[in-house]
Design a protein around this ligand. Structure first.
Ligand code: I3P
Length: 126
């Protein structure tokens, strides 16, 4: 039998901690501010949480701390020149939001890059 996930809980493909810096919002440059983020990849979006416990909270009051990123039409690329840190890649959304993601653990950041790239490639471009 097929297992159909409830609409509000789409199938999670990957989750874990990475370093995150949002560097543009709607095309407007932001001051770079790295912080640890709990990252959840599912279907057509990525969600950034403060930590893993926050993800489980159904309370709508906690929702303002969650940033949801639409991967439809998004771009992903390694961004060596955007940081002094090692292994940094950038996600750019259609809406002009730019995020840098980073980890010092090579296999971990490679896995994330591939998982997000696969998700983007599966989606329609608009
Ligand atoms: C930034 C901070 C960032 C650094 C950034 C600095 O300074 O040190 O960690 O990015 O470099 O400007 P501040 O906290 O004063 O804003 P990286 O760690 O990614 O190198 P940048 O300006 O070259 O991006």
């Amino acid at each position: 039998k097929d297992v159909i996930p409830p609409l509000e809980h789409p199938m999670v493909e990957k989750e874990g901690y990475l370093q995150k810096a949002k560097i543009a919002d709607g095309g407007k440059k932001l001051r770079k501010n790295w912080s640890t983020s709990w990252i959840v990849l599912s279907g057509r979006k990525i969600e950034f949480y403060k930590d893993s416990k926050q993800q489980a909270l159904p309370n709508m009051k906690t929702r303002h701390n969650v940033e949801s990123v639409d991967l439809c039409g998004a771009h992903i690329e390694w961004a060596k020149e955007k940081s002094s840190r090692k292994s940094v890649f950038q996600i750019t959304t259609v809406s002009g939001n730019e995020f840098l993601l980073q980890s010092d653990i090579d296999f971990l950041i490679l896995d994330w890059f591939q998982a997000i790239k696969n998700a983007i490639d599966r989606l329609p471009k608009n």
